[in-house]
Design a protein around this ligand. Sequence first.
Ligand SMILES: Cc1ncc(C[n+]2csc(CCOP(=O)(O)OP(=O)(O)O)c2C)c(N)n1
Ligand SMILES: CC(=O)[C@@H](O)[C@H](O)COP(=O)(O)O
Ligand SMILES: [Mg+2]
Length: 588
Amino acid sequence: MNFQFLNHLNTPSDLRALAPQELPDLAKELRQYIINVVATKEGHLGASLGVVELTIALHYVFNTPTDLLIWDVGHQAYAHKILTDRKTVFHTNRQLNGISGFPKREESLYDTFGTGHASTSISAALGMALASKIKGDLNKQHVAVIGDASIAGGMAFEGLNHAGVSNANILVILNDNAIGIDPSVGALKQYLTQVKTGIQTHDNIFEALNFNYSGPINGHDVFSLITELERLKTIKGPKFLHVITTKGKGLKQAEENQVVYHAPGKFDALTGDILPKVTTAQPPKYQDVFGHTLVELAHKNERIVGITPAMPTGSSLKYMMATFPERAFDVGIAEQHAVTLAAGMATQNMIPYCAIYSTFLQRGYDQIIHDVALQNLPVIFCLDRAGLVGEDGATHHGVFDLAYLRCIPNLIIAAPRNEIALRNLLYTAQLGTLSNPIAIRYPRGRGTLTEWQVPFTEISIGKGTQLKKGEKVAVLSIGTMAQTVTEAIKNHSVSHYDMQFVKPLDTALLHDIFNTYNVIITVENGTIVGGFGSAIAEFKAAHAYPNTLKICGVPDVFIEHGTTAELMEKIGLSAAQLEQTIHGFLQA
Ligand SMILES: Cc1ncc(C[n+]2csc(CCOP(=O)(O)OP(=O)(O)O)c2C)c(N)n1
Ligand SMILES: CC(=O)[C@@H](O)[C@H](O)COP(=O)(O)O
Ligand SMILES: [Mg+2]
């Protein structure tokens, strides 16, 4: 395609030199540019297609980067990236050493605030607006763009509540497409639907919070957007613009199947069809092992309930939601609420399985400590996407959980080495024999076993297993790193233990190991600071064992984006690199 306008555009100054009537054609080109790249390089699609006109209008009207534009989550910022001097590197999006899939301050002056997690934009924009006020910079504009699912997150409400009495110069734009990754949920969604359909029966919520409200307006009409943004630019104080858009706009399949086209993988840029996947039998995704096993267990145990904060498809809780709609809850982007909701249910003898991505559980930290662990309520945390997640990068890697959970009293922490172990842990957790909360962590993607739906077996809490017998060196792995270790030691006489629990540790087994082997190597796909290896180091120190201990895991830096294999290689955790490490100790 010949990009008549885009070819000559690098920065927003170039954009501002265009005549308004040229902008709809630019929007078409921008959409096609995004489609062409995402079709082959993958990434988030629907959200960016939906805000093409809004992005053009914002950079057209506001004097970015002097005026500050803040995206919420940031998965919708592809048009923004292309218009702000990253057109020629956009094909490297989310790839190793390429640009990030989210706004990132070190990448561009136009990326005013790093994102990836939802509901941060209003607080960040308000912080900037208050800073401008204090500095006497009264002409600077501060604009937060937030989606209808993200604005339901607690932190967004906290930001609105503060902004409403701040008199700060902030414009909040609600990009309302009535869907998150999965359909938006909750009373706020119902309210927004009423506003859109003109049957609003309540006072305007945003006006009630002291915002100068306007809308809803058509977010695909670039002229209306420009007119309204120009008007709002002249008004001081907190303003709220409600914009209606269609997720996936401009690509038929993406508009019709918005859940799949949120991040569709590879597809045909011309037809929009998703490219066929491998058809031979493949091991299941861990999330599907979780989702299907939970349904199986819920059939037999009526006390089981499932909770997800806004990730029913990603976590596969959707299977339980379809089978037991009254016992499975998508609470929206509300991780704190999800955790305490689970705690409340546990007080009433329900058995809550709270499925949360490891990275997003960071949002619910005090709730884990204060509402769950302190009261020793037997909530079952199913920690999805544990370890490196790949192309989403630093904001999404689930590498901190072992460290941030290990210091919490009462909490059991388990990591299955394969699908069957995950299934058995899920089974064990609901037997009624546990009086503690438990976190079960498993990674993004597929396991290794096609035959995983085997009869359940109870797992002994806090017990590890020896997987291979050798001499001199013992490798202790946690979770699915067992597979990598198995590969790494296949040609060596080295012992291998799957410890399975980070807490409680199998101390009897550890005493045996420390009394038998000179060298102990721990392997985990979590941060080396405070994680599984640290637990073993504490054990060694507590018992004054003289053995050599080597901790292998994620180093104490933020890991960027790339394929998981590339990133594992980068941090020395590939099977070949582990083999070298182990070999070094065997020769010493
Ligand atoms: C704290 C947190 N929880 C969950 C997610 C996963 N997530 C990413 S985008 C998204 C949906 C966002 O929906 P919305 O704000 O409506 O934006 P849209 O995709 O519709 O443009 C979710 C749940 C996240 N990024 N951060
Ligand atoms: C932007 C965001 O937070 C989600 O879209 C995330 O990228 C989903 O990750 P998974 O692909 O692992 O479900
Ligand atoms: Mg939305």
